[in-house]
Design a protein around this ligand. Structure first.
Ligand code: ADP
Length: 804
């Protein structure tokens, strides 16, 4: 059975790793002086190199609390191994079993040459109160040992006390009493040695404890912070709880380093926390492991371990110390099972290739070994090596942190993919919506402009004008939303080409001229002369979009005075040109507190006031993003009721003049009419209303045209073969065969003349995006729906003249 085999291997490796963590109790007892019949002979000990544990047969006086001056010979005495718990020690006054009191006594023979002030005794805590006398002097008192539960006070402490020797023999007397704990008696050895050596050893241990605690608290808080940022992955929360809870166990158990920080910590409180943390740590480790491997970790087993740990924790809070301290034995047995089961689960996680599972397995294995070593030490089967224990902890928490960081990064990646996916869905939705809205809008604009051409009366003309303006405004809003979503999802690319900034400025000024005139404002401009002839690499469409938006806002929010467009060259080298663009107005201004937020999408200074001005609150967000895409920042200076100034600086690479295209603007309407007079045009569109409107618009402009219809791409190809039209106006989105495929099919026709028929794409989508695909499919131009007759004629004439 391969699984069993692998588990056996794991167990062997665990055993080998466990060995350094512990050393078996017996090994430690060789060649060291031991207490025999109440005496320890240390006369030949070299204290420079050795610390001596005072273990062995101490004189024990059960149920007596004797002070050094007492006549010890008159009391019942037995020999008892120390350190050890009281378990059934019989005496005339009764059996000493956990609860009770007793005196221990030991004679220590010291070397004659020991300096009188160099020795010290390291006194550990005992269950649960202790007094230590050296000869007649009381040198330590932890709690208050006495003869009844009411008068005894339990207390924790470990302390090194210096000995001032007056002779080379000393007597140690220990009074121990316990009425508050499941265990009673001195369970740790006293140690004698040079004060310096004891001190250094204790300080090392304390430093290690504090270091580990610091690491765990920091790690815990870090992961807690991480959880609260993302609030998603409970695993991270559980791990942070494990770190924080465990940090207490490092300083609040074994050597009680916590007493170094809080010397007055009450015994009862400390004991409660010690037990609570033990139970809670297992509770959280179970939660953690189950959350990490939900498919591997059985729900029932998890509930059992969690229920058991939680019951123990509640028991700790609700019952007296004499009762809840009894919970530990059954709990440790359950914990052993928990360790084995958890390691098995992590092994399964590894086998099932869960993210970070190998590191998890190793680190949990190490933690399992640590717990095992602690349990063995608790039952006095083995001693722990504090240094290796610390390394074990560090390995566990470091590896586990790595696993969690990996997990966090993994989830971030997944969240990013998800975000991209939903942003894609959003952009697809907007694309479809805009297509669906633009198509009927095309009809509205087309029909109203057809009606305008039929010489309507004054009233109807006004209504038709309003209809036109409203439809065009709606179109701007749709375009804005679409643009914003494109830019936001990073899909709008910047397409550089040689262009003249002067030309861009001219177009913008022309566009706002009518608006400015309508409001009786002044239109000012200053364009640096160097921009008249110097071509630069620029995305003319995007720059126009930004400046036009700023200019339109300037006009919109100004009631008197002027609006001004400036383009100044602020720096020039042989290859580069840095231009400062600014748009100024003498309008209503923008309040200080709104200056930052108006660049956010859908934000307006005051939406109620703004209703009067119209707009979506997208314009500036689009400007800011278009510029940011090119590494340019948009600045604003504004004073309320005085005006606003928007400006930015952008560097351009100089370019040479591009090869000129023949442009329709060179041709007069009459020339166009003459050229296209008897043209035969194939109109391919699946929407009959669109066909009707386009046909009417074309015929109104050039009555001699002959127009054919096709309802889809396939029909269009057949019509080209059948009628050999001079030009095809091809909708991109059509059923049966779309415009792109139809164009490809036409380009493949055997007849070379037919295959070369000029094709202009009509699209309700985004021209910038579709242009390349249309050109790649063999089309010669593209026009966005809804279009005006001028736009379509200009496109036709450009294609026709370029073909010539
Ligand atoms: P909108 O479509 O609402 O104009 P914009 O993003 O272009 O959206 O502008 C956001 C808001 O910033 C405007 O609604 C207006 O409150 C304020 N704003 C922009 N330009 C100016 C300006 N030149 N003068 C005063 N307020 C302005």
């Amino acid at each position: 059975m391969p699984v069993l085999q692998k588990l056996t291997h794991l167990a062997c490796i665990a055993g080998i790793l466990l060995l350094p963590l512990i050393s078996l109790a017996e090994d430690r007892e060789q060649q060291v002086p031991r207490v025999q019949k109440g005496v320890i002979d240390l006369r030949s000990v070299d204290f420079e190199n050795q610390l001596i544990e005072l273990t062995g047969e101490w004189a024990l006086y059960p149920y007596e609390l004797l002070t050094p001056g007492a006549n010890f010979d008159t009391y019942y005495r037995t020999w008892h191994h120390l350190p050890a718990l009281w378990k059934g020690i019989s005496s005339p006054k009764g059996i000493l079993n956990a609860h009770g009191y007793a005196t221990y006594r030991l004679k220590v023979l010291l070397p004659a040459n020991v300096p009188y002030d160099k020795l010290a005794i390291d006194i550990p805590d005992a269950y649960t109160s202790l007094k230590v006398f050296v000869d007649d002097e009381l040198i330590a008192e932890f709690g208050k040992p006495d003869t009844s539960a009411a008068t005894t006070q339990p207390g924790y402490r470990t302390q090194a006390r210096r000995l001032l020797l007056t002779a080379d023999t000393i007597w140690l007397t220990l009074q121990v009493a316990n009425f508050h704990h499941r265990r009673g008696g001195p369970y740790k050895p006293l140690v004698i040695g040079y004060n310096d050596v004891i001190k250094i050893k204790k300080e090392h241990k304390r430093a290690l404890d504090l270091f580990l605690t610091g690491c765990l608290i920091m790690g815990g808080l870090f992961f807690l912070g991480l959880y609260f940022w993302s609030r998603k992955d409970k695993v991270i929360l559980y791990f942070s709880m494990i770190c924080i809870i465990y940090s207490y166990r490092i300083i609040g158990t074994v050597d009680y380093t916590i007493l170094y920080i809080f010397p007055k910590l009450d015994w009862f409180i400390a004991l409660h926390i010690e037990y609570l943390t033990l139970f809670l740590i297992v509770y959280f480790i179970t939660l953690f492991s189950r959350a990490l491997y939900p498919q591997e970790y059985s729900r029932k087993v998890a509930h059992f371990f969690m229920g058991f740990s939680l019951s123990c924790a509640i028991g700790t809070l609700l019952t007296p110390t004499t009762i809840f301290t009894h919970l530990v034995n059954p709990f440790l047995v359950a914990m052993l099972f928990n360790i084995v089961y958890t390691i098995y689960i992590y092994y399964l996680g590894y086998r099932h290739k869960r993210p970070g599972a190998l590191l998890s397995l190793i680190s949990t294995g190490v933690l399992g070994l640590i717990f095992l070593a602690i349990i063995l030490a608790y039952f006095a089967i083995a001693h722990l090596s504090p240094f290796l224990l610390s390394i074990g902890y560090i390995i566990f928490f470091f590896m586990q942190s790595l696993v969690l960081s990996y997990r966090f990064a993994y989830q971030l990646k997944a969240a990013r993919t998800e975000a991209l996916r939903s942003s894609q869905a959003k952009s697809d939705f907007l694309n479809t919506m805009s297509h669906e809205i633009r198509t009927p809008l095309n009809s509205v604009i087309g029909i109203s402009s057809l009606m305008q051409q039929q010489e309507p009366d004054a009233d109807s003309k006004e209504l038709l004008d309003t209809l036109q303006i409203s439809a065009r405004n709606l179109l701007f809003v749709i375009n804005d939303i679409l643009d914003f979503s494109k830019i936001e999802s990073g899909k709008a690319s910047i397409q550089l080409q040689p262009a003249l900034l002067q030309q861009i400025a001219d177009n913008i000024l022309k566009s706002v001229f009518v608006l400015v005139k309508e409001k009786s404002l002044e239109l000012n401009w200053r364009i640096d002369e160097r921009l008249n002839a110097q071509y630069v690499m620029i995305d003319p469409e995007r720059t126009t979009q930004v400046l036009l938006n700023l200019m339109q806002n300037a006009v919109k929010f100004t009631h008197a005075g002027y609006v001004r467009l400036k383009m100044e060259v602020v720096d020039e080298s042989s290859s580069k040109l840095k231009v400062r663009f600014s748009v100024a107005d003498t309008g209503i201004g923008i309040p200080e507190e709104k200056k930052k937020i108006i660049f956010d999408h859908f934000t307006q200074v005051d939406s109620s006031i703004n209703r009067g001005y119209g707009g979506t609150g997208l314009g500036l967000a689009i400007c800011k993003q278009i510029l940011a895409q090119q590494g340019v920042k948009l600045y604003l200076h504004s004073v309320m009721n005085e005006g606003s100034l928007f400006w930015f600086e952008q560097s351009f690479t100089k370019a040479s003049k591009p090869v000129e295209e023949v442009h329709s603007s060179r041709h007069t309407q009459a020339a166009i009419r003459a050229k296209l007079g008897t043209y035969r045009i194939l109109l391919a569109d699946d929407n009959p209303i669109n066909i009707k409107i386009t046909e009417k618009l074309l015929l109104n402009a050039i009555p001699g045209l002959r127009i054919y219809h096709a309802a889809h791409g396939k029909a269009a190809v057949e019509m080209v073969e059948a009628h050999a039209p001079d030009l095809v106006l091809m909708d991109v989105n059509m059923p049966v065969m779309n415009g792109l495929d139809a164009s490809r099919a036409i380009r493949q026709l055997k007849d070379r003349k037919l295959a070369g028929t000029p094709i202009i794409a009509l699209t309700a989508g985004n021209i910038r995006e579709e242009k390349e695909t249309c050109i790649a499919a063999g089309m010669n131009g593209i026009v966005a729906k809804p279009f005006t007759i001028d736009e379509i004629l200009e496109s036709i004439i450009t294609v026709v003249y370029n073909k010539v």
